[in-house]
Design a protein around this ligand. Structure first.
Ligand code: GLA
Length: 388
């Protein structure tokens, strides 16, 4: 924070008045279920985005990111908050500001913001939800607005859907908004009912494994998966009175899947429906401290994302499958949207080094470069930080 303050001083010759942090996230299980009205089970992590800000006298908005020094300060005016390609990464905070200004006319003067994140870029750990919610929080603090957390979360999702153009669900913004230290959230994306569940894994820890491959074309593939689910749902609705795949049980899907005449669409629906069932089962397993079952569900999730949903690829498969083969690993799967980014493993605390050694060896052999590993704390959602 003192570093950010210094940079702020250099850039804007002034002192910031608000300091905040927004986490990134992992998803334990429940992948590609959030836009199908199913369950998700994410947790906020200590990798995230820090930001400092102050109000200006004019209507100028300046944002500087230490992660994108080469682009310099991004500047725009309060009166033109439209998406612009030239604003690159700054379109995420800009989108958030856009929707806030639209809803809250009290935001009637400009401000300066400096941010710095330590979420590896393109790692599927929600750096975009993190900066969206961080911006939302900084701006509401600057103008002392009383905004409901859920409203901020929904504005963040709107940024993705309408400003950026990715039809993502609500999971990432929700966990960045509502995360709690040492807890995951079981969220029913259909009703938005949720509760915090202690991430108490006994002698086991979650390792994050990064493919170090940047996601490419992930947005268009993501949108494609979503439309495939919608098409499969339409077909199932010929027989079933449901409004989302998340309402269909595995048994009912099996009895009615013949109505889907495309193999691809059938597999997409099967993933969404079985993943939803796995997520509920994983929650039960965690409640019972049955880590073995929890781990097996992680493995089954990865398998389904690989075979039925086809969002893994050689990098994620190598990470997850080589981790699964390590003694002391109860389960492993990709996390987030897929295509690249990260996987997680549930590993005995004494076997972490062995996991890293064996997975790296296999990964280098298959992919040609090394993966990275992180061990992180589960933390609270977006919040103000008191300056030390
Ligand atoms: C991305 C999206 C989420 C969710 C996951 C897949 O992270 O932003 O809404 O769909 O992919 O589970």
């Amino acid at each position: 924070m003192s570093h950010l303050k210094e940079v702020f001083n250099e850039q804007f010759h002034a002192e910031p008045t608000v300091f905040a942090f927004a986490p990134g996230r992992i998803n334990l299980i429940g992948e590609h279920t959030d836009y199908n009205g199913g369950y998700v089970f994410p947790a906020a992590i200590e990798l995230g985005t820090y930001g400092v800000a102050r109000l200006r006298e004019d209507d100028q908005i300046n944002i500087y990111s230490l992660n994108f020094k080469e682009t310099g300060v991004m500047s725009f005016s309060l009166s033109d908050l439209s998406y612009q390609k030239k604003h690159q990464w700054a379109n995420y905070p800009k989108g958030m500001i856009h929707y806030l200004v639209e809803t809250y006319p009290e935001i009637n003067q400009g401000f300066d913001i400096v941010v710095e994140g330590n979420i590896p870029n393109g790692a599927s750990l929600s750096s975009s939800a993190s900066i969206e919610l961080l911006t939302g929080h900084l701006v509401t603090e600057l103008f002392e607005l009383q905004i409901d957390r859920l409203e901020l979360v929904k504005l963040g999702q709107r940024v993705e859907n309408q400003f950026i153009g990715v039809n993502s669900g609500i999971m990432d913004q929700f966990i960045v908004g509502f995360g709690r230290r040492d807890h995951a959230i079981l969220l029913d994306t259909h009703t938005l009912e949720y509760h915090h569940v202690p991430t108490e894994f006994g002698d086991y820890k979650i390792s994050i494994m990064n493919t170090n491959k940047r996601r490419e074309l992930a947005e268009s593939k993501y949108n494609e998966r979503r439309s495939e689910c919608e098409a499969a749902l339409k077909l199932l609705q010929q027989r079933l009175d449901v409004s989302a795949l998340g309402e269909i049980s595995v048994a009912s899907f099996e009895a009615n899947q013949d109505v889907i005449d495309s193999d691809v669409l059938r597999r997409r629906a099967r993933h969404a429906i079985t993943e939803n069932a796995r997520t509920k089962a994983a929650y039960q397993a965690l409640q019972n401290h049955d880590f073995e079952t929890f781990g097996q569900l992680l493995n089954a999730s990865h398998q389904s994302l690989k075979e039925d949903y086809e969002v893994t690829g050689i990098e994620l498969d190598t990470l997850a499958e080589s981790a699964q083969a390590v003694e002391g690993v109860l389960g492993a799967r990709m996390t987030g949207a897929g295509f690249a980014g990260c996987a997680i493993a549930l590993v005995h605390q004494d076997k972490i080094q062995e996991l890293e050694r064996q997975v790296t060896e296999q990964y280098v052999k298959t992919v040609g470069y090394a993966p990275s590993f992180y061990h992180v704390d589960i933390v609270d959602g977006v919040r103000t930080i008191i300056e030390q």
